[in-house]
Design a protein around this ligand. Structure first.
Ligand SMILES: [Mn+2]
Length: 455
């Protein structure tokens, strides 16, 4: 039994020239060649062995992880969601999530991935939003994680799509199997607020019934442990939203008679010269990421920035008023950040085809990626890995976007190779877990009123 897709024929690879200095996004996005054949999925009829059981000795194997993927795929096609607890019983779910949480909580806010050997590659993945079958395709197409193939997932595993739980759990299983080769970052959807609005909470309640609350709580606890960013080979910064502000606390000008007086300068709104400034990796390392919802006010603003911010074509650093949390940053900030920390590339995610519809000046997401800033010191890329997104949509006209993943190769990790791919078809039928007709236009800004009452 397998999730049979002919991977070789369906993905297109493009490596845009890195020498170009054009600043327009559209001219940099390589047009894809002739349309590739659809990624076809064959219904799998043979039931795998269910229920899935946590290995008696507690050690995961490659076979176990592969059979977890196969079983989730089979169940998504052959069983109603309400029977999910017969596929992965709660005690086995508990062991998986506990084991994964323990590993994740120990990681620093920004994980430095240094030990990438000469024969190794790094695969970076953007938002996947519960689109299980596309994630299975991506893993097969890129090649499974291994000693020589590092994976960095940029967050947003859940919500909108109907299989967020399966998607997150299978990535968590890979993390447990290869903790130093698979990195799972937090997205803004890995939060209490987003999962209560965009479907994941209801999905879990539907799949686990009476035990749903327990399972949902465990998932939120695990989300809190997800690190915020990676730096790959000292060269590539990745995070879900992107850059973050300085919340610098430093000495003030000495006052008469109080030579040691220190005043805390909090850059939550603006610093003394009226401008926000970029934060440092030291500040990032000190942020408190274990929060159910990253705050949009107060002192702990860095997690919200990293998870919610967006790039802009306008220079400068400003509050992201559209979203109600996070920042907007211009090409000058990208340049400054790259220069200051001696980096070449920023890979962030967070904006799908729907979000890009409302961002004039920035590229559309039809190929699964855009190059948003091309500056002296490097580039800023947005990467989105959910093709034909969102799964549920009120209008008949779909975006029909491709998803993409990026492959980084040594010695020059700064030259990304883009792999665009189409959605697996047909997607198994599923009911939405959120009111997609209501939220289609609200997209992903923070509804502060409902957040206050929810938390
Ligand atoms: Mn996002």
């Amino acid at each position: 039994m397998d999730f049979d897709v002919d991977s070789s024929a369906t993905a297109t690879t493009t490596t845009p020239s890195t020498t170009t200095t054009s600043s327009t996004v559209t001219s940099l996005s390589s047009p894809s060649p002739s349309p590739p054949p659809k990624n076809q999925s064959l219904p799998s009829d043979q039931p795998p062995q269910i229920p899935i059981q946590w290995p008696p000795d507690g050690t995961l194997t490659l076979d176990w992880v592969i059979s977890l993927m196969t079983t989730f795929d089979w169940a998504s096609r052959n069983l109603p969601p309400s029977e999910f607890s017969s596929v992965l019983p709660v005690p086995d779910f508990d062991r998986l999530i506990l084991c994964g949480s323990k590993i994740l909580h120990k990681e620093p806010n920004c994980v430095r991935i240094e030990d990438v050997g000469e024969n190794s590659t790094v695969v970076v993945v953007g938002d996947v939003h519960g689109q299980l079958h596309d994630v299975l395709f991506l893993l097969k197409d890129a090649g499974y994680p291994s000693e020589n193939r590092v994976f960095v997932f940029n967050g947003d595993y859940v919500d909108r799509g109907a299989w967020g739980l399966e998607t997150f759990l299978l990535l968590l299983a890979w993390k447990i199997l290869l903790p130093n080769r698979v990195f799972l970052l937090r997205g803004n959807h890995e939060s209490k607020y987003c999962t209560s609005v965009y479907g994941f909470e209801k999905e879990v309640m539907t799949k686990y019934g009476d035990q749903g609350k327990h399972v949902y709580r465990k998932c939120l606890g695990c989300f809190e442990g997800l690190p915020l960013a990676t730096v790959i080979s000292g060269c590539v910064y990745t995070a879900h939203g992107g850059l973050f502000r300085s919340v610098h606390t430093g000495p003030s000008k000495r006052r008469k008679g109080k030579k040691r007086n220190r005043k805390i300068i909090v850059n939550s709104e603006e610093n003394s010269d009226g401008k926000l400034s970029l934060g440092s990796f030291e500040e990032l390392s000190k942020a408190r990421r274990s929060v159910l919802d990253p705050p949009w006010e107060g002192l702990n603003l860095i997690p919200g920035d990293v998870l919610w911010s967006d790039p802009s074509t306008k220079p400068g650093l400003s509050p992201n008023k559209e979203r109600g949390i996070g920042l907007l940053w211009g090409p000058d900030c990208t340049d400054k950040f790259l220069k200051k920390f001696n980096l070449k590339l920023i890979i962030r995610s967070h904006e799908g085809p729907d979000a890009r519809d409302k961002r004039p000046g920035l590229g559309g997401m039809d190929q699964g990626y855009t190059i948003d800033h091309v500056v002296e010191s490097g580039k800023l890329i947005t990467l989105f890995s959910a093709p034909d997104y969102p799964q549920f949509q009120a209008t008949e006209e779909r975006y029909n976007n491709k998803g993409a993943y990026i492959v980084l190769k040594p010695p020059n990790f700064a030259t990304p190779e883009f792999h665009s791919f189409e959605a697996v078809t047909p997607r198994p039928k599923a009911n939405p877990y959120y009111d997609f007709e209501e939220v289609i236009d609200s997209d992903e800004e923070l509804d502060l009123a409902s957040m206050v009452s929810a938390s």
